[in-house]
Write a protein that binds this ligand. Structure first.
Ligand SMILES: O=C(O)CCC(=O)C(=O)O
Ligand SMILES: [Fe+2]
Length: 516
């Protein structure tokens, strides 16, 4: 059954089928967990109409003059500054019109006059501030949000950019914001559709001067070929950091908020988001995401809570070592092993994180909501690590086939094999794309050699905190312990082990697709 795997003591028992824990009836509860995990959906894009954007002037830095506004852009003035757009392929910077055909102007050559009044009583600064506040509510709840101008992109007929993820420019960089510009004296561009692929499906947008679109940096997106006209977009990087960190080209920064301040109604929409803003909200709120099949699947806060409750239940059911107590509550000396059920649950992170950004302050979407809830849980402890899963395939001798699970080091090799049994909760429609994989040994020479693939992902490790779980009657190897307490010895040993390794860990890495 694919929904859920257990790996046990793999290093020492590579070929032992006995250590594979298949799901049978008693494991229904864990299977349920996998389906519940799948149901946890969270928005990964946000978009909003904002009538004030059109009157924001675009300033050319060298001349200190404007080249019109977002709603009426002097394309001829921009043409003197444009350069062809490259993209990143692995470590290289590449020009390849099959992947990307477009022009751009870098942030150093343009800026915004933040004090300019767009209408009575409100300035360009206020316009960006309102966008940053809405991004915080919709994509980055309670996290500090900073908007930093990155570039202007210009596509003419034939221009396009095939599916890619945006390059991240720092560990704190987690989103992209786009605002379209209208070319002066031209009809609106044709073609040039903008598609964002989220883990909830594909979302189409039109990039124009009427509003803004934002998405997490690891969401793949595509600019379809422009068929006529001039398509321009202003691109901003979204950093999760306060204004104590100085960054050139910053246009706005909203500070972190106390999580408790965010007040979600029963629909999972943030009430504040709707009250604070005059803008027409297309999609706001942290828990809902209209998806492309037309269904409006919503993740209510209670779904998240019941998922965490179920996690705790599974861990309790799996509690492996129990210390029977006598009537005075003293632990009996001998520990009785009742099962080899895993005491650690591994939840793969849904998003990608670079370098050392695998920390709760930088998590995105459902990852962030889950970690926040787990960190506040009285029942479980949570830590995050890069996990590597290796599959070894031996065509000569299929009995040699094996899989192992371990912690990854910065060079994406196995750092430490996880020997304890663990449960990995996989979504039934789990998407490989979010995990980097590489075949690293080929069949070579005359000798048969193992073929091996590694998958790397960021994951949460969850285990019960050390505590008395319950006082109840429990059968232990046929013996009935009346008034016995069950004390669960947690999988803390995994956590300690990981703590030694922590310094050198690299989390879920980005793939090698075209990036910008
Ligand atoms: O212009 C756009 O809509 C976005 C372009 C883009 O994805 C990029 O330049 O990375
Ligand atoms: Fe992009």
């Amino acid at each position: 059954m694919d929904a859920y795997f257990v790996y046990a003591d793999i290093a020492n028992h590579l070929r032992s089928a006995a250590y594979r824990w298949d799901i049978d009836e008693k494991d229904q509860v864990a299977t349920t967990l996998s389906f519940m995990f799948e149901k946890l959906q969270c928005r990964e894009t946000a978009a909003c109409l904002n009538g004030d954007l059109a009157s924001v002037p675009l300033m050319l830095t060298a001349e200190e003059t404007s080249c019109g506004t977002i709603g009426d852009t002097d394309v001829e003035a921009l043409r003197a500054l444009v350069a062809p757009s490259s993209f990143g392929r692995g470590e290289e910077t590449v020009y390849d019109e099959d992947v990307r055909k477009g022009l751009e102007i870098r942030a150093a050559q343009m800026h915004f006059d933040l004090d300019h009044a767009v209408k009575e009583g409100s300035t360009v600064r206020d316009v960006f501030q309102s966008i940053a506040a809405q991004l915080q509510l919709s994509l980055f709840p309670a996290q500090p949000v900073k908007l930093v101008f990155y570039k202007l992109a210009l596509y003419e007929a034939g221009g396009h950019f095939s599916a890619h993820r945006d390059s991240t420019h720092d560990d704190s960089h987690h989103g992209t914001l786009l605002i379209g510009c209208k070319a002066r004296g031209e009809d609106p561009y044709q073609g040039g559709d903008f598609l964002v692929t989220t883990s909830n499906g594909e979302m189409p947008f039109r990039i124009d001067e009427k509003g803004w679109v934002a998405f997490y940096t690891d969401c793949e997106h595509t600019v379809k070929p422009v068929t006529s006209g001039t398509r321009m977009s202003l691109q901003f990087d979204v950093y999760l950091e306060s204004d104590a960190v100085a960054r050139p080209h910053t246009v706005s920064c909203v500070p972190a908020r106390d999580v408790k301040e965010i007040d979600y109604d029963d629909e999972g929409e943030s009430k504040a988001a709707l009250e604070d803003s005059d803008d027409e909200v297309i999609s706001l709120g942290n828990f809902s995401e209209p998806i492309s099949d037309g269904a409006d699947r919503r993740v209510m806060p209670f779904l998240l809570r019941s998922f965490v409750d179920k996690l705790v239940e599974v861990l309790r059911v799996s509690a492996q070592f129990i210390i029977p107590r006598d009537d005075e509550g003293r632990a009996r000396k001998k520990r009785v092993r009742t099962s080899n059920h895993p005491q650690t649950i591994i939840l793969p992170l849904r998003h990608l994180y670079r370098g050392r950004a695998l920390v709760s302050q930088y998590l995105k979407g459902i990852d962030k909501l889950l970690v926040d809830m787990l960190e506040h849980s009285e029942d479980v402890s949570v830590s995050m690590h890069a996990v590597i899963r290796s599959k070894v395939r031996c065509d000569e001798d299929p009995a040699m086939n094996s899989e192992s699970l371990g912690l990854a080091s910065p060079d994406v090799t196995l750092y430490k094999t996880i020997k304890e049994p663990v449960t990995i909760v996989r979504r039934p429609t789990y998407d490989r794309k979010f995990i980097r994989s590489k075949p690293f040994i080929e069949h070579t020479g005359n000798e048969p050699q193992l073929g091996e693939t590694q998958y790397l992902m960021g994951a949460m490790f969850i285990s019960l905190k050390n505590r008395i779980v319950s006082t109840r009657t429990n059968a232990v190897e046929g013996e009935t312990l009346s008034t016995a307490s069950l004390e669960v010895e947690t999988a803390g040993h995994i956590k300690e082990k990981v703590a030694d390794a922590e310094e050198d860990l690299i989390p879920g890495e980005e793939g090698e697709d075209p990036k910008d």
